[in-house]
Design a protein around this ligand. Structure first.
Ligand SMILES: Cc1cc2nc3c(=O)[nH]c(=O)nc-3n(C[C@H](O)[C@H](O)[C@H](O)COP(=O)(O)OP(=O)(O)OC[C@H]3O[C@@H](n4cnc5c(N)ncnc54)[C@H](O)[C@@H]3O)c2cc1C
Length: 536
């Protein structure tokens, strides 16, 4: 585990909330929700005592294999509410037996070879920021577990300035990636909220969503080619600006969540660093009004960089204001963008938006929301320590169903919170990404936990929310991925025939089901038997 990273929660030891910040946070929340008088203390390294590892790494790779209890605990979970709560409760349910951090691609090959010989499973681990159980070991497979931590594959290997593309190793985290591109005047400009502690390989494996609210929102758009190590060999696609030659091999690895290979490097399309920027904030009296404006903006061809609609609850909680707010932003490395912003503002006004002429107001609200956005994971961990439930979930829905959709999901979530006794609570919504044909609503839940049992309470609330999403036509995930948590919904969302195709692809590259078994498809033929019973 990197020095300074928290092994039990989000981020770095030297960042986040101080005890004074914690106290101020509790005081701010206390009038609305019952907060514990004393926050649960995070676990200390001295408290971690795991069952002994069942694996002994061979001498050739032993120098970069860690059997230490704290490293193993730190690689047991991702970073969801459920993960942080289990860590705070000192529950390390299925820790890896070994954390292997190879220095290069040959080391990745060596780990997969060893895993095959040792009958172990391998969980690729980038930043470990999964919020869907993506880096967690399966509970129904008792093979030893190797967490394959890729953080040492952290270099930009080659920059092709003419094509504005770079070959980048899969384990690099966001800040280091951008720092290496900066001297070339280039940027990937892919900024998921987890940017600080998530990796390029993880973004590709989960089809992450970045800060562009329209147009190039997913990492998919930036991937030119991918190189991956599988248990039976290395696969690499060709660099091409576009190709109509059959199904895209990159599309198979994008979103493969570690089951089809370990992404060791990829060529990414880059951009010039933007120098022109303009932003505005439109206030709306209803969320629906703001959404209609967002829809018009998604369909008019202006492609704003930022087009995030916050409901009034989200604006209030993040300190950005007290109305429903549409944050608008444009940027370019080539030309002034005020003209585009002016047209976007006109559109927002057409739908009842009130836009202050005063530019500073826009900057204030955007900056306030942005800094709250980046601090949110640390705040979440503190709120969990104070006994609250705080979690997010996201989806996407076409515009034709949008208005009833958000209301139904919000209602189902609030009802479930009441039913499990986790009330009072607040369910907020924002649109993170806007498409011509729909949008990605993102919900945040903050609620009083009802005594002990917050894990069970949240499981019931999440299940109700996912049911509402599914029955109202949304997707199980827009950008948080499937992992182990969303598997049931994903199984229903895709066709059985596609599941069989995916399983066949996995069978070719990973015949012994070493890689992340149970994520996306069932391991060792269990799913195949189930599909055969269904007649596929
Ligand atoms: C606070 C917070 C904010 C977040 N914000 C966003 C957001 O804005 N947008 C978004 O899309 N997601 C977001 N996420 C979710 C998460 O950050 C993304 O899924 C991210 O892409 C995961 O990257 P990672 O390197 O941390 O991968 P990990 O969590 O380490 O792994 C995720 C999955 O990918 C696999 N994997 C990882 N690396 C590789 C590799 N090199 N080769 C093959 N498989 C691999 C793992 O086995 C696992 O299945 C957020 C999470 C948190 C905690």
């Amino acid at each position: 585990m990197d020095r300074g990273r928290r092994f039990w929660g989000w981020g770095f030891e030297d960042a986040g909330l101080t005890p004074a910040d914690d106290a101020a946070l509790a005081a701010r929340i206390a009038p609305y929700l019952a907060v514990a008088e004393t926050p649960t203390a995070p676990p200390t390294p001295e408290e971690i005592h795991l069952a002994p590892s069942r694996l002994t790494p061979p001498a050739a790779i032993a120098p970069w294999c860690d059997l230490d209890d704290v490293a193993r605990a730190g690689h047991t979970y991702g970073k969801s509410f459920r993960d942080v709560l289990r860590a705070l409760e000192r529950r390390w349910e299925r820790p890896p037996d070994v954390v292997a951090s190879p220095p290069d691609e040959a080391g990745v090959v060596a780990v997969l070879d060893w895993a095959g010989d040792a009958g172990a499973i391998v969980i690729p681990y980038g930043g470990g920021s999964s919020v869907v159980g993506g880096v967690e070991a399966p509970t129904d497979d008792d093979r030893p577990v190797i967490s394959l931590d890729l953080h040492r594959l952290d270099r930009v290997l080659e920059v092709d300035v003419d094509s504005r593309a770079a070959l980048i190793q899969g384990g690099v985290f966001g800040p280091s990636l951008e720092a290496q591109l900066r001297p070339h005047g280039l940027t990937l400009r892919h900024f998921p909220q987890s940017f600080e502690v998530s990796s390029l390989g993880g973004w590709i494996a989960t089809r992450s969503g970045g800060h562009f609210a329209t147009l190039h929102t997913h990492i998919d758009e930036f991937v030119e080619s991918i190189r991956a190590v599988t248990p039976v060999g290395v696969t690499e696609s060709r660099r091409l600006p576009g190709s109509g030659a059959g199904p895209s091999p990159d599309r198979l690895l994008l979103g493969s969540e570690g089951i089809l290979g370990v992404i060791t490097a990829a060529w990414l399309r880059l951009q010039d660093r933007p120098t022109f920027r303009a932003s505005a904030v439109a206030r709306f009296s209803t969320f629906e009004g703001g959404a209609r404006a967002a829809r018009a903006l998604g369909q008019c061809g202006l492609w704003p960089t930022n087009c995030r609609l916050l409901d009034a609850g989200e604006a209030l909680v993040t300190g950005a204001g007290s109305h429903h707010l549409l944050l608008l932003g444009f940027e370019s490395a080539d030309h002034p963008v005020e003209h585009w912003l002016a047209r976007a503002v006109e559109l927002a006004r057409d739908f009842g938006g009130v836009v202050d002429a005063h530019e500073d107001g826009a900057l204030d609200a955007t900056a306030t929301w942005r800094s709250a956005f980046l601090r949110a994971p640390y705040v979440r961990d503190s709120l969990v320590r104070f006994g609250l439930i705080n979690e997010t979930f996201e989806t996407a829905i076409t515009w034709d169903r949008f208005e009833t959709f958000v209301g139904s999901v919000r209602h189902a979530t609030e009802t479930a919170l009441r039913d499990v006794g986790a009330w009072p609570g607040i369910v907020t919504c924002r649109l993170t990404h806007v498409y011509p044909d729909g949008a990605a609503p993102y919900f945040t839940v903050l609620a009083a936990g009802a005594g002990s049992g917050r894990l069970e309470q949240w499981a019931a609330v999440k299940a109700a929310a996912m049911d509402a999403i599914e029955s109202n036509g949304g997707t199980v995930t827009h950008h948080h991925a499937v992992g182990r948590d969303h598997r049931p919904g994903y199984d229903r969302e895709r066709s059985d025939l596609f599941a069989a195709q995916l399983r066949a692809a996995k069978g070719v590259v990973d015949p012994a089901a070493l890689l992340n078994p149970g994520v996306l498809v069932d391991p060792r033929g269990r799913g195949r038997q189930r599909d055969e019973r269904r007649g596929n």
